[in-house]
Structures are given as structure tokens and as C-alpha cells.
Design a protein around this ligand. Structure first.
Ligand SMILES: Cc1ncc(COP(=O)(O)O)c(C=O)c1O
Length: 439
């Protein structure tokens, strides 16, 4: 029996019982279940970093507005598929206030989480050009987007951006775009899982090439304004959340309420389609839709058969939050800044004990402290590291499932870790370091 912070025999037993071949290559949900079982059997609490769920209460502006809407009777009534007009207006105001981008309310569409926004977009973008059949993911990325492609039977290509930062990104994207089969590109910014953020240079390159090759950019802003190196939450004032929307008109944005507003449970997000793309007519869409208009077909040909719009009361909840933000009554960033503060301490504990941060730079600048970070340990692959860390009461996920080529890497999410657990984390990392001396 080995001397590890969590009872070695019990952990081994529970891993065996779980049926997963290796902890390190299990899915997020499998890891969650396994750790729940180990915690129950040992009475020890894990440093749980596997799931990317908000760790703080939902915005009260949302909760109150939603309760009021329910009391007013909206539950009985189908919402407009394109979204209720007051919400569409507030989304448009929000985009102007915090991205400094003009989008007509028409193109501001509530979706059942950003997740549905992505699904709907993939369905349409794969059909706008007969000759273009592939989505390009700038990875690492959120594995569910690839799962959506698989269930829709859609093709995708991907590359890990690690070695293609700054000007190098131009050549890499041209290599893909010039083949002529790419209809759209998806990336998240800040990035899940690596927390890299594209620089203005990189966004400009993406935007210019999108226009040049007529490729639509899907910018996933699931962690809106959560690059805490800068304060993007000042109403109508620079600095604004960086976005490709500044550099091309060929874009769609997905703005989630799950993390920035801690509203994950209500499954409401925003799809923002540029005015140009919304109005554009694609003759090739007529193969699937009665109307060639992109915006029109998104609403009446795609959102309608998917879910007939988004929960009526949740739309009022989101409206309540956005109105408070747009009127200057509520600073959503202040509620979530804590993630950055925790990441700073946790990253230090890891690096002081022989670990390194895998995705560590945005061009020449150290990456921000935020919702996620990535780490590695000499001599271990990500999978091996996770297999081992489970005996130290630390759980996370391997970067290999995210399209990352950094197979040594692990993704850690800070949201569920409590500050009271930092002492445990320190002890466990020290023990790991002691038991695995770096040669
Ligand atoms: C990059 C990214 N995109 C989209 C989502 C899903 O967002 P939503 O909860 O709004 O569906 C997540 C959630 O973790 C995410 O990390």
C-alpha cells in the first residue's frame, strides 16, 4: 500500500468498480461520479476541478425578473421564436456597450443556452454554400461542439493554436481557407480549456481572412469580460471585450449567461448575428429552407423546429440582468472576479510544486487568471497525471479530449474549489512532488 493523501486501497477499489479503463481518459461525467464515490467511501473532500460549472449564486436581477414574469403568467404563453422585443433591444444595447459593435435588435436572438445557439448555427452554416462542407475549429475547444457535429453528421477540421499565435495564425488559416471547403470557424475567447485570449492582432487576422475567403466566424464568448487583466465592464467605455466583430461583418457571436451571470441552470444564451450576415441571401439555403435569407431561415427554419424559441420566463430573467447592466445599476464582472483571484493562488501552488502551466502566454504576455488553467508535470502524460492525482484528492480532465496536441496537459477549473481548501491543495501537491521527484 502506498502512502497517499487519500486512502490508496479505497481509491484503487473505487476506480476498479467504476468500470473506467483509466481515470485520465474518462469523460467529465464519469470522473464526477467516480470522485463522488471516493469522497463518500473515504470521507475526504477532493479538490474538484473537473467540471466547468459556476460556483457562485445566480444574479438576483435575473432571479427576481424571472419570478415576476412567472407570476405575471408568461408560463402559459408561447414566446416569440425570435425572442421577446424588450430582450432583443437589451442584447443589442449590451453588445454596443461592451463590445462597441452595432447590431440591430433583429439579429439578437435568445437561445436555449449557447449550446443551442451553436447547434442551430452549425445546421445552417453547413448549408449556405453547396461546395463548402467543413467547419474549422481553432482548438483547444469545448468537446460538446464536436459532439454536436457528430450527431448532425457534419464534417469538421481542427488545429491546435498553441504553435500558431500572432502572425503565424495568418498562414495557418490561409492554408485551410484556400482549400475552399471551410464554411465557418469556431473558437472560444477566453478559451475553454486553455484560457488563452486572442490578441487584437490575431482577431484582426481572423476577421480579414473571413472577409477574404467568405468564411463565417462563430465567436463563442462563453466567458464574456472574464479576461480579468483588463476591465471590460465599463459601460460604453474602452477597453471593450475584444472581438472579431471589429474586423469583419461575417460573424455570429454566442454570449452565454451561464458563467458571466451564473445563470447556467436556466439555459439561456444570446446569439448575435451581424447585420450583414442576417440580411444576406444564400441561394444554396433554398435546398433546405423556403427562404434564402440567413436571419429569416435561422428563426423560422431552424429555431422553430428545434425548440420554438426559448423559455419565456428565462427571457425575462435575462432581460432583467441586461437592463440592470445596461442602465449602469449592476456590474456583473464584480460578481465573477473571484475566479481570477482563486486561479492566481492555485496556479502558484501548482508551479511551486514542480508543475508548469501548459498554455501560458498570449503572444508575449502571460495569460490571464480566470475560470480555467492548464498544467503538466515532468515525465507524465495528462492521462497518467490524472490517474495518479486521484490518489491525492485532486480531480480534473485531460486536455486530449479538447483537441489539444499538448498531451501532457490537464485542464483545471477553479470554480468549485473553495478558498478553505487551499491548505489541502498545498499539502497534496507537496506530497505529490515529494513522491514524484523531478529527475
Ligand atoms: C466554450 C463554451 N461554449 C459554450 C458553453 C455552453 O454555454 P451554455 O451554458 O450557455 O449553453 C460552454 C460551457 O461550459 C463553454 O465553455
Amino acid at each position: 500500500m502506498k502512502n497517499t493523501p487519500i486512502n490508496y486501497d479505497i481509491v484503487s477499489q473505487k476506480v476498479k468498480e467504476s468500470g473506467v479503463a483509466q481515470v485520465g481518459s474518462a469523460s467529465i461525467r464519469e470522473i464526477k461520479k467516480l470522485v463522488d464515490n471516493i469522497e463518500k467511501a473515504t470521507g475526504d473532500k477532493f479538490i474538484r476541478m473537473e467540471m466547468g460549472i459556476p460556483g457562485i449564486p445566480a444574479s438576483q436581477y435575473g432571479v427576481k425578473a424571472q419570478i415576476k414574469a412567472l407570476e405575471d403568467g408568461v408560463a402559459a404563453i408561447y414566446p416569440d421564436i425570435q425572442g421577446i422585443p424588450p430582450l432583443k433591444n437589451e442584447i443589442s444595447r449590451f453588445v454596443k456597450n461592451f463590445l462597441d459593435v452595432d447590431v440591430a435588435p433583429e439579429g439578437c436572438i435568445p437561445t436555449v443556452g449557447s449550446m443551442q445557439g451553436g447547434f442551430a448555427a452549425f445546421m445552417m452554416l453547413s448549408r449556405i454554400h453547396k461546395e463548402k462542407d467543413t467547419t474549422l475549429f481553432i482548438d483547444p475547444g469545448f468537446p460538446v461542439h464536436k459532439m454536436q457535429h457528430k450527431v448532425l453528421g457534419l464534417k469538421f477540421d481542427t488545429f491546435d493554436v498553441y504553435n500558431y499565435r500572432g502572425e503565424k495564425l495568418r498562414e495557418k488559416l490561409e492554408e485551410y481557407f484556400s482549400k475552399g471547403n471551410i464554411h465557418s470557424v469556431l473558437y472560444s475567447n477566453p478559451n475553454n480549456p486553455s484560457w488563452i485570449c486572442f490578441t487584437e492582432t490575431e482577431l484582426q487576422i481572423i476577421g480579414e481572412l473571413a472577409t477574404k475567403y467568405d468564411v463565417v466566424i462563430m465567436e463563442d464568448l462563453a466567458y464574456f469580460a472574464m479576461d480579468f487583466r483588463k476591465d471590460y465592464s465599463k459601460l460604453g467605455e474602452a477597453p471593450f471585450q475584444p472581438s472579431v466583430a471589429k474586423y469583419t461583418d461575417n460573424y455570429m457571436l454566442f454570449i452565454s449567461s451561464s458563467k458571466s451571470f451564473s445563470y447556467a441552470g436556466e439555459r439561456i444564451g444570446m446569439m448575435v448575428i451581424s447585420d450583414g450576415l442576417y440580411q444576406r441571401k444564400y441561394e444554396d439555403l433554398l435546398r433546405f429552407y423556403p427562404n434564402a435569407g440567413f436571419g429569416y431561415s435561422m428563426i423560422f427554419g431552424t429555431m422553430y423546429p428545434l425548440s420554438s424559441g426559448t423559455s419565456h420566463s428565462a427571457q425575462y430573467g435575462l432581460h432583467g440582468m441586461l437592463k440592470a447592466v445596461n442602465d449602469g445599476d449592476y456590474n456583473f464582472r464584480e460578481d465573477v472576479e473571484i475566479y481570477g483571484e482563486k486561479a492566481k493562488v492555485m496556479k502558484k501552488l501548482f508551479t511551486e510544486n514542480g508543475f508548469s502551466i501548459v498554455y501560458d502566454k498570449d503572444e508575449d504576455n502571460p495569460i490571464a487568471d480566470g475560470f480555467y488553467f492548464t498544467f503538466a508535470y515532468p515525465g507524465f502524460s495528462g492521462v497518467e497525471l490524472l490517474n495518479e492525482l486521484v490518489y491525492y484528492g485532486i480531480s480534473a480532465i485531460s486536455l486530449s479530449i479538447t483537441g489539444s496536441e499538448r498531451h501532457e496537459g490537464v485542464r483545471a477549473c477553479v470554480s468549485l474549489v473553495k478558498e478553505e481548501q487551499f491548505a489541502d491543495l498545498k499539502f497534496r501537491l507537496e506530497e505529490f512532488n515529494k513522491n514524484n521527484p523531478i529527475g
